[in-house]
Design a binder for this molecule. Structure first.
Ligand code: EPU
Length: 418
């Protein structure tokens, strides 16, 4: 198992290029199952979760080649099952449900079970498939989803669900008639999926708003698409610049999707400049506290909450951080406390009383964004921080230690025998 060793206290300076969005790439890879032929996907990040999804596509019968640009050939599907071993590695594997039901009328999807950040059921995905005419049987830990015919429907999501909206859009794309999704997720990754589906010949309008209208078409064709830039990676680098009092320019940062996070960062003293090279992020000498509440897009993203908590740990003043999307997304807090942070949690709200300095310590990553917050804390801390279980960070950030080191951070990956 690898770990990071960080000697904190270096101000980050320079330019970093933001890659393609993991959470756009995953549903788009799943969507290739919808049409035979060869799809070409550019700006594909090199991440563990992407490899997990390409393995899933290969398991189902696709051929996947390339690096950076992936070609997916989805001519023949041999299987219709997302097995437990794959789903337990990555919950987003359930994204193959909509495309499989649409293409082969049958899918057997392992139920994911809980995870580090919450219970995360898929009841709303199943409800959407039912609305589109599928029969669902839960058996031996799997959901069997069968639909001799998919028909357009009105689907209202009681809770905003990102991958649930994606699954419904993919199945509805080839249903008979029109589907209207209300209380749909408005995330930019949903817009990117709609762009890809429309390039495949789908007729989707309203993606990015709470009401998405999908006029079903008889069939889709292969398409070419460039994955949208990763707003969460960009937000994480913004906070890395902020926490070290650095000056970092982000190439390809999708600032338009980060308005809420940037507004909160400006409250903390961060300055932004749009330059010809990209978005310049200038960290303050002293960070000022600010409050955040996570919300579906365009609110403050839950995927940036842990990183913002690390920033607030060394802010002047007290901040209140409320998590409304997941019930257990504060696993980074006891680890930050080991580094000297003063944080108490009451239900869904963390009260962070800023301290002058964090101190390096051995800590453990518990999930992807929690690991990112520990890296940020380590960059700002005095002394040495060792972060264990960093396989979590490799799921969603490409070579993060190399990119941080290129900005001046003192960070090393140490590979240990298991
Ligand atoms: N929910 C249900 N039932 C469902 C689906 C969701 O109760 O059938 C609940 C969840 O338990 C949660 C809330 O609805 O409380 C929102 O969950 P959502 O379905 O939107 O999450 P997701 O689609 O599983 C995606 C991202 C997550 C990100 C969330 C929220 C992907 C592959 N994953 O997950 O990304 O945190 O949306 O924005 O797109 C990450 O990248 O670190 C990550 C966890």
């Amino acid at each position: 198992m690898d770990k990071f060793i960080i000697h904190g206290g270096k101000k980050l300076k320079g330019t970093v290029k933001i890659g393609g969005a993991k959470n756009a790439a995953l549903p788009i890879l799943a969507a290739t199952l919808l049409a035979p032929g060869t799809h070409r996907l550019h700006n594909m990040p090199r991440l563990r979760d992407i490899t997990t999804m390409t393995c899933m596509l290969e398991h189902l019968g696709c051929q996947v080649t390339g690096d950076g640009t992936l070609e997916v050939r989805a001519d023949h599907l041999n299987f219709d099952e997302a097995p437990y071993d794959m789903v337990k590695t990555m919950r987003a594997s359930v994204l193959v449900m909509g495309p499989l039901v649409a293409r082969v009328r049958h899918a057997r999807i392992s139920l994911p079970g809980g995870c580090a950040i919450g219970a995360r059921p898929i009841n709303l995905h199943l409800k959407a498939m039912q609305a589109l005419g599928a029969d669902i049987h839960l058996k031996e830990g799997y959901a069997e989803v069968v639909a001799s015919r998919l028909k357009g429907a009105e689907i209202h999501f009681d809770i905003v669900t990102v991958t649930g909206t994606a699954n419904a859009m993919m199945a509805a794309a080839v249903a008979d008639g029109t589907t209207v999704i209300t209380n749909a997720a408005c995330e930019p990754e949903i817009v990117d999926l709609a762009l890809f589906l429309n390039a495949m010949g789908a007729e989707i309008e309203g993606a990015g708003s709470e009401r998405v209208v999908i006029r079903g078409v008889p069939q889709l064709k292969p398409a070419e698409h460039t994955i949208v830039a990763d707003r969460i990676e960009a937000g994480t680098f913004m906070m890395a610049a902020a926490i070290t009092g650095g000056d970092v320019t982000l190439e390809n940062a999708p600032a338009e999707f980060l308005q809420t996070a940037m507004a909160r960062l400006e409250e903390t003293g961060v300055r932004f400049e749009h330059t010809e090279h990209g978005l310049r992020v200038i960290g303050p000498e002293t960070i000022t506290s600010a409050n955040v509440t996570t919300e579906p897009h365009p609110g403050f993203a839950t995927d940036l909450q842990a990183q913002f908590t690390a920033l607030m740990a060394i802010a002047r003043g007290t901040s209140s951080i409320t998590e409304t999307i997941f019930e257990n997304r504060f696993m980074h807090i006891p680890e930050l406390a080991r580094m000297g942070a003063d944080i108490s949690v009451d239900g869904g709200t963390a009260t962070v009383r800023g301290v002058d300095k964090l101190a390096g310590a051995p800590v453990m990553a518990t999930d992807l964004r929690a690991s990112a917050s520990l890296v940020l804390a380590g960059l700002a801390a005095e002394g040495t921080t060792e972060i264990d279980r960093i396989y979590h960070i490799d799921r969603g950030y490409e070579r993060i230690e190399e990119r941080l080191a290129a900005l001046g951070a003192d960070i090393q990956r140490v590979t240990r025998e298991p």
